[in-house]
Design a protein around this ligand. Structure first.
Ligand code: HEC
Ligand code: HEC
Length: 215
């Protein structure tokens, strides 16, 4: 290899090095004290629309915190929470929650059959993709791709998120919340496309099924 080529390669390595702050879970523990009221001391939240964060992949959590900070993900409560935090703070918090253990919930038996069918096989009639394909059969997600863990999450929070993705993907007017995950800016956010194909009943059933996964 000649010298120029070698120098170019070295430069590329430097440029390609991740600009991500490396999270320090120990430092994150202290910083998470202000989050505990809504998300629980150990990231298992008391319920309802406060998501549990315990055991969630750090990469996904960091992306969400950055999305709130940039305004890409809209939520008044969370945008206020992260407004004064540095990128290092966000990375430390994400590392802390990734190291906690999710306690999980339970599914409503009434919804298990439909929920499981959708989760594992999607809906061939509407072209709905199987959730398991991206979120894994166990619901633990795929950390490397920032596909979040879903297992054990509160059904009510999951329902709210699916409705918000659906509203963004379809442009529903008057929807209470919108959530885009159009990372490339090409209008093809993965979850927007998925949720746009879901009926209210399907959203309810799969959210319930997910809350019982992972035990
Ligand atoms: C007053 C209550 C409250 C406090 C305090 C709070 N949060 Fe939240 N958090 C929420 C709510 C409500 C949501 C759901 C928002 C939405 O629908 O986007 C949320 C969502 C999140 C999410 C997205 C979870 C996911 O699965 O996508 C993360 C990450 C998060 N919060 C981290 C934090 C951190 C870190 C702190 C402390 C610095 C914090 N929160 C403080 C209420 C709170
Ligand atoms: C093609 C891959 C893919 C498929 C299929 C898919 N998802 Fe997702 N899902 C994602 C990605 C990527 C995200 C993260 C979006 C973001 O960064 O905001 C996500 C996020 C979510 C969230 C938000 C989690 C949180 O903590 O806020 C929920 C809920 C969810 N998906 C449920 C589902 C359900 C239910 C199905 C099946 C009906 C499904 N997903 C199918 C890729 C997928």
């Amino acid at each position: 290899m000649n010298k120029l080529k070698c120098a170019v390669l070295m430069l590329m390595t430097v440029v390609a090095a991740p600009v991500l702050a490396v999270g320090d879970a120990e430092a994150g523990k202290g910083k998470a004290a202000v989050c505990a009221a809504c998300h629980g001391q150990d990231g298992n939240s008391p319920g309802g629309d406060f998501p549990s964060l315990a055991g969630q992949g750090a990469k996904y959590t960091l992306k969400q915190l950055r999305d709130y900070k940039s305004g890409a993900r809209v939520n008044g409560i969370m945008q206020a929470q992260v407004a004064g935090l540095s990128d290092q703070d966000l990375a430390d918090l994400a590392a802390f929650y990734a190291g906690q253990t999710a306690k999980g919930g339970s599914a409503n038996p009434e919804y298990v059959e439909l929920g499981e069918r959708l989760y594992r096989g999607g809906n061939p009639d509407s072209g709905l993709a199987a959730c398991a394909g991206c979120h894994s059969p166990t619901g633990e997600g795929l950390e490397a791709a920032s596909f979040p863990a879903l297992a054990g999450q509160h059904a009510s929070y999951t329902e709210t998120q699916l409705r918000a993705f659906r509203a963004s993907g379809r442009g529903d007017l008057g929807a209470p919340a919108y959530r885009a995950n159009d990372v490339e800016g090409d209008g093809l956010g993965m979850m927007q496309a998925v949720a746009a194909k879901m009926s209210d009943v399907e959203i309810r059933a799969v959210a319930s099924y997910i809350s019982g996964l992972g035990k």
